[in-house]
Design a binder for this molecule. Structure first.
Ligand code: C2E
Ligand code: CA
Ligand code: CA
Ligand code: CA
Length: 274
C-alpha cells in the first residue's frame, strides 16, 4: 500500500504495522542501549606473522539486549546507519575502545576501531576524536581507525579521514578488494594499513588464481608504504603461506576469537609459531 494522503491518512496494513512497530521498538531500545551500557566490545587479536606476537586488537561491538541475548553487529549496525544512531553508537565505541587501549599501552597492544563512512562525514567527528584522545590520554599511535571502501564515494568523509591521519591516528582500509577500489584513489590518499578480506584468504589453499591475487595485494600494499593484515585466518597453512608471501599481520579464529578484554589477561602474548 502506498501512502497518498497527509499524516492524517495512516494506513495500517496489519503485517506492515507489525513490522513498522517492531522497527520502532528496536530503534528506541538501541537508543537506550547506547547510554545504559548494553553495548559491549569484544576484542580480536591481530598477530605479527614474523614473531607470532599479539600487537593489536580489533574492537567489535555486540549488544547485550535483555530478552534477546548477545546480538552481533550484523543484527543492528544496519538499523543504526539508517536511523543516524550510528553517530552516538560509534562515539560510545570509540571512547570505550580508547579507554581499553590505554590499559593495554604497557603491553604494546594497539586498538583498532571500525568507523562507518556516515559517522566520519559528521561535522563533529574530528572534535570528538580529539576529545576522546585528550580525556583518555591515549597516544594517537595507539589507535587505528578502520574504514571500508565506501569512503571513496564521500568527499567529506575522505577529507576528514586524511585529517584524522594528520593527528597521528593510523587509518586502515577494511575488507579490501570487496568494494569499489580504485588504484588512483589508493595512490592519491595514503593509508597505513590494508586489510585483506576473508573472502580472499578463505580460498588460499584451493585456488591458484586467488593466491596470485593475494600476492599482488600484499605487494601493492608494500609499494604504497602500508602494512597488510590478512583477515579470517583459520588454519596454520593459511598463516604460513601468508608469512612466506610477505604479509605482515594476520587475524582470525586460528589466533583467537573476539572476546571480552577481561579474558585477555590470561592469554599468552605469543600465539603462533611458524
Ligand atoms: P569486520 O570489520 O570485517 O570484522 C571481522 C568480522 O569477521 C567479525 O565479525 C569477526 O568476528 C569475524 N571473524 C574474525 N575472524 C574470523 C575467522 O577466522 N573466520 C570467520 N568466519 N570470521 C571471522 P563480527 O564481529 O560479527 O562483525 C561484523 C562486522 O560488523 C564487522 O566486520 C564490521 O564491519 C561491523 N562492526 C563491528 N563492530 C563495529 C563498530 O563498532 N562500528 C561499526 N561501524 N561497524 C562495526
Ligand atoms: Ca574491521
Ligand atoms: Ca574486515
Ligand atoms: Ca567484513
Amino acid at each position: 500500500a502506498k501512502r497518498e494522503g497527509g499524516a492524517r491518512h495512516r494506513l495500517f496494513h496489519p503485517e506492515m504495522g507489525e513490522e513498522v512497530l517492531a522497527r520502532q521498538r528496536d530503534k528506541v531500545d538501541l537508543r537506550a542501549a547506547i547510554d545504559s551500557g548494553q553495548l559491549v566490545l569484544h576484542y580480536q587479536p591481530i598477530v605479527d606473522l614474523a614473531t607470532g606476537r599479539v600487537t593489536g586488537a580489533e574492537a567489535l561491538v555486540r549488544w547485550q539486549r535483555p530478552g534477546h541475548g548477545l546480538l552481533g553487529p550484523m543484527e543492528f549496525i544496519g538499523l543504526a546507519e539508517e536511523t543516524g544512531l550510528i553517530v552516538p553508537l560509534g562515539n560510545r565505541v570509540l571512547l570505550d575502545a580508547c579507554e581499553q587501549a590505554v590499559r593495554w599501552q604497557d603491553r604494546s597492544i594497539g586498538v583498532t576501531v571500525n568507523v562507518s563512512t556516515r559517522q566520519l562525514s559528521q561535522a563533529g567527528f574530528l572534535d570528538t576524536l580529539d576529545e576522546v584522545l585528550t580525556t583518555t590520554g591515549l597516544r594517537p599511535k595507539g589507535l587505528t581507525i578502520e574504514v571500508t571502501e565506501s569512503v571513496w564515494a564521500d568527499e567529506v568523509a575522505m577529507r576528514t579521514l586524511m585529517a584524522v591521519r594528520d593527528t597521528g591516528v593510523r587509518v586502515a582500509l577494511d575488507d579490501f578488494g570487496t568494494g569499489y577500489s580504485s588504484l588512483s584513489y589508493l595512490q592519491r590518499y595514503p593509508f597505513d594499513v590494508v586489510k585483506i578480506d576473508k573472502s580472499f584468504t578463505a580460498e588460499l589453499g584451493e585456488s591458484g588464481r586467488t593466491a596470485g591475487v593475494v600476492r599482488c595485494i600484499i605487494d601493492l600494499t608494500r609499494v604504497l608504504g602500508a602494512v597488510a593484515v590478512a583477515e579470517g585466518i583459520e588454519t596454520p597453512a593459511q598463516a604460513e603461506w601468508l608469512r612466506v608471501a610477505g604479509c605482515d599481520y594476520a587475524q582470525g579464529y586460528l589466533f583467537g576469537k573476539p572476546d571480552m578484554a577481561e579474558n585477555w589477561d590470561v592469554q599468552p602474548s605469543v600465539v603462533w609459531a611458524a
